[in-house]
Design a protein around this ligand. Sequence first.
Ligand code: TYD
Ligand code: MG
Length: 482
Amino acid sequence: MAKARTQFLCGQCGAVHPKWMGKCPDCGAWDALEQFIEAKAAPGTLNLGDDAAAGITAPASAEPLGQVQAARVPRIPTGVQEFDRVLGGGFVPGSAVLLGGDPGIGKSTLLLQALASLADRGTNVLYASSEESSHQVRLRAERLDGSDAATRNAHLWVLSETNLARLLEQARRVQPTVLVVDSIQLVHRADVDAVPGSASQLRRCALDLVAFAKTSGCVVVIVGHVTKDGLLAGPRLLEHLVDVVLSFEGDRHHAHRGVRAIKNRFGSTFEVGLFEMTGTGLHQVDESTLAADPSLEPRPGSVAVPALAGSRCLLAEVQALTATGILGSAKRKASGLDANRLAMLLAVLEQHGGLRLADQDVYASAAGGVKLLEPGTDLAVALAVAAARTGRTAPAAFAAIGEVGLTGQIRPCSHLEQRMAAAARRGVRYLALPAGQIPAKVSGLKIELWPVDHLSAALEFLSPAGVGRVRKSISATKASPK
Ligand code: TYD
Ligand code: MG
């Protein structure tokens, strides 16, 4: 006969401890341990726990890797292309996906859109909301663009339920291809003596949902809010239970949002899905909407950069402004850029570029709400600040890439060919890039390359005379026999 055993579960990291402590020894979080009761198997029997409850009892036997059948992973594309891109082509049947993000960022909207798109194509899907009534879900669905309301309305099932047992019972009845549980924080099991959203409820409910996914082959998508509120355990607790963890990021007050994979057992975690929140739901954003326009009249303090976002490359714009500040306490503000990296670039500009910035307030931002955190954007940031400080402008149709080292040296950056192609496609004519990194395959691109090895040399690009000198020296190198 199984006996119950009292244990303590950490709401931050999910570690289980035999006794209560003020501080979790695993993650160091204070006051995070919470009591829960786990069924203990009788002596002499193997505790199959939730597996047994879920019916996963088929005996497994070890076999050599070579004999394992390598089946190709089938995919269920949702039809929301940016979402499919992050998933690696679509949902994998029987997988559990966790979508985390701040409240109000657009998780419910994104999932309802994905389900609506699946239902449009005749796939049975179930949207179980623990936060909203079915009526509210319908109102939301009506705001979203739809191609075929009749098919959608027949295949998109909606349920407003917080009790997990009843939710799963409905899921077994409807037999959906995809089940969305929005959100896990309000779902509860009646036999667990804890409030919804507590660590033990979250863990038990998530385990049941994952077991349901594995046994039924249905894709289960679990929504989790990330909150700073101590009462609600964050979805980090659930991350190791599921196959895919997605994070919805962005500023609630800015239209552009990104979905990225933090963990994906069936694909890469490299891709980013780009969305924009509009009056009719989330719209997919392609690179061209975010791109800087190099054909515009150049402005002081603005430099374009072909930056990487996942496997794509977008032409972003870095803007900088300097204003007289107080020596010793000048402000440095970065938006969409790494503030520490900006401080480093300012020091390099002072030391190796001959610019006086100590008494200047410096503001630098990535235009359009994009985040430029990769080192390949260093040169563009440095040039934008230098241009703002000196009141000069970069040439028209100009972009810059390269990492700036502490010695002022311009260092190579990754994916150069892809960045060059993207820049050329968007109308960049002149590209400053690290000297010694010019790839072999440049023919066919209508783009003039200006290799540069040091920051002081790159500052030449900010004056017409300097540009003239650079172009002359490039044509001289080309003309001279090797
Ligand atoms: P929501 O998807 O409910 O966020 P989450 O589930 O992550 O908490 O929606 C977020 C916000 O988006 C909400 O404040 C209203 C807004 N919104 C729009 O601007 N347009 C729309 O078409 C929809 C459905 C929502
Ligand atoms: Mg929601």
